[in-house]
Design a protein around this ligand. Structure first.
Ligand SMILES: [Mg+2]
Length: 247
């Protein structure tokens, strides 16, 4: 099985209800032949949740944690955690940011269409499972999610590091490359799509024909001479994968 026999704690943390886990695991061997590991913010959903929080909920005078991250003074994880913790307005304001994010229309149809062709979709995010799960639920989609756990405490979104060290790293919390490696050990074919520099180590692990990139990830691939398939909309990736023969 893709997940059930080697369920990392990071996944356990994102499955708050048992039925989600049961439905997230493919039901037949024919549906487990290939895995599409997808980044979330900027790849499946737009815009990035942290950008909305930073723009609308973080009070003036708050340090620019993103610049500190870019300067190497903070980890990616700590910068996002700091923005989320600084956000004002309580849970309703945070949910308002989720309202401003978009996922592909008919996402459920795309998920089921790929599953029928043998592809299981897995979400990896260096963001927080709190909003990832909220958006997927709104779209009526249940997918395995590897993201940093988070919860609302006294009106603040508190993001935490994953409990399982096998799928986490100091820089981003969830280690996307480690997640890709796990699925490469379990299945014949793994694809990856992403848009950010933190996606690079995961993206470089998969074959070029299964490596999809846009924005900063595309720039990083070009800089490093790593071939990739460009995309703008997530549905372009699902359309491309649906054309690939799954062994
Ligand atoms: Mg992203």
């Amino acid at each position: 099985m893709i997940l059930a026999n080697q369920t990392p704690q990071a996944v356990e943390d994102t499955y708050d209800q048992p039925f989600q886990r049961e439905q997230a695991v493919p039901q037949s061997p024919a549906q487990r032949r290939a895995v599409f590991v997808s980044d979330f913010d900027g790849t499946l959903a737009r815009p990035d949740f942290y950008q909305l929080v930073r723009k609308h909920l973080v009070p003036r005078g708050t340090p620019d944690y993103w610049n500190e991250y870019r300067a190497g003074a903070m980890t990616h994880f700590d910068a996002l955690k700091a923005f989320f913790a600084a956000a004002e307005g309580g849970e309703s304001a945070l949910l308002g940011m989720v309202d401003m994010m978009e996922t592909p229309r008919d996402l459920s149809d795309h998920v089921h269409g790929l599953r029928a062709l043998g592809w299981e979709i897995v979400i990896v995010s260096a963001g927080c499972s709190w909003y990832v799960q909220e958006l997927l639920a709104r779209a009526g989609v249940q997918l395995p999610v590897f993201a940093n756990p988070g919860r609302i405490v006294d009106g603040r979104l508190i993001m935490e590091r994953p409990a399982d060290p096998a799928h986490s790293c100091w820089e981003t919390g969830i280690d996307k490359a480690a997640v890709v490696r796990v699925f490469q050990q379990q299945t014949h074919t793994v694809a990856f799509a992403g848009d950010g520099v933190p996606d690079f180590d995961a993206a470089r692990l998969v074959p070029a024909k299964y490596r999809f990139a846009r924005s900063d990830l595309a720039a990083a691939c070009r800089e490093e001479g790593v071939p990739f398939r460009p995309f703008e909309q997530w549905t372009e990736v699902t359309a491309a994968l649906s054309q690939e023969r799954v062994c």
